[in-house]
Design a protein around this ligand. Structure first.
Ligand code: 3PY
Ligand code: MG
Length: 248
């Protein structure tokens, strides 16, 4: 069963975030056995070619889900054509924006994705099979990470084709004037509003935290798509801890 099927049946899927342009790190982390990788093209300083090299290094060991920098047809098409298993669209605040993202991920007649012959299509070799399966096998994940998204969430979750809603607690708290206070009661109430709307529509819910501890409450609440930690955080944390031990 592929990642998107597991997402649609609300499996619990553990991931971590990649932000560095390093195929070696992508290879190491995917070898640990994560279900999925949240590859951050929104904030990470990576080109499409960097992502392609990293997908080659992951080699299917973990599902590779790339967060696009912008929710444009041009960008989403390129990311899907290099063979990402799905996308995460940041800052989706209205049902119209959600409809646009879904359309960008689907070939006609369901959507507007342009037809290419790139890595995803086996450079042309798997074209026919890929065309038959892509519209159902690509994961479409949108982020709710602004108070406007929370206020519009009931209409957003009515849009067909959304496989998961991923909470962005940091941007959400910032949009509420509570920068970084991801455990503030008002932020948690806003997150719960999104959670209730998704549960009504049986849509998987995602949450990001910088550590395993910071996502535990959301695992307990029944969230499905969990992302904990980042590649850079693992390197800095390990280096710092080792130095502290050396210095006693
Ligand atoms: C946020 O917290 O804003 C995020 O986008 C995390 O993925
Ligand atoms: Mg964000």
């Amino acid at each position: 069963m592929n990642f998107t099927q597991r997402l649609r049946q609300n499996d619990l899927l553990f991931g971590t975030m990649l932000t560095l342009p390093s195929p070696e790190i992508a290879e190491m982390i995917s070898s640990c056995g994560y279900d999925w990788l949240f590859m951050d093209g929104e904030h990470g300083n990576l080109s499409t070619l960097d992502w392609q090299r990293m997908l080659q290094a992951v080699a299917g060991r973990s599902a590779a889900i790339i967060r696009v920098a912008t929710n444009s047809e041009r960008e989403i098409k390129k990311i899907l054509d290099i063979g990402a298993d799905g996308i995460i669209a940041p800052q989706v605040n209205t049902a119209d924006e959600a409809r646009h993202v879904v359309a960008c991920c689907k070939y006609p007649p369901q959507g507007i994705r342009g037809v290419g012959l790139a890595r995803a299509q086996g450079y042309g070799r798997n074209f026919t099979d890929y065309m038959k399966t892509a519209n159902v096998s690509i994961a479409v994940i949108i982020q709710a990470e602004h108070i406007d998204a929370v206020n519009n969430i009931d209409e957003i979750v009515e849009v067909d084709g959304i496989d998961a809603v991923f909470i962005g607690p940091y941007d959400l708290s910032a949009s509420m004037g509570l920068m970084g206070q991801v455990d503030h009661p008002e932020v948690m109430e806003a997150i719960d509003r999104v959670g209730r709307a998704c549960q009504r529509r049986d849509i998987s819910l995602g949450y990001f935290g910088t550590t395993a501890e910071s996502v535990q409450d959301y695992v307990s609440k029944g969230y499905h798509l969990i992302c904990a930690g980042t590649d850079a955080g693992f390197v800095v944390g390990g280096a710092q801890e080792t130095l502290e031990k050396l210095r006693g």
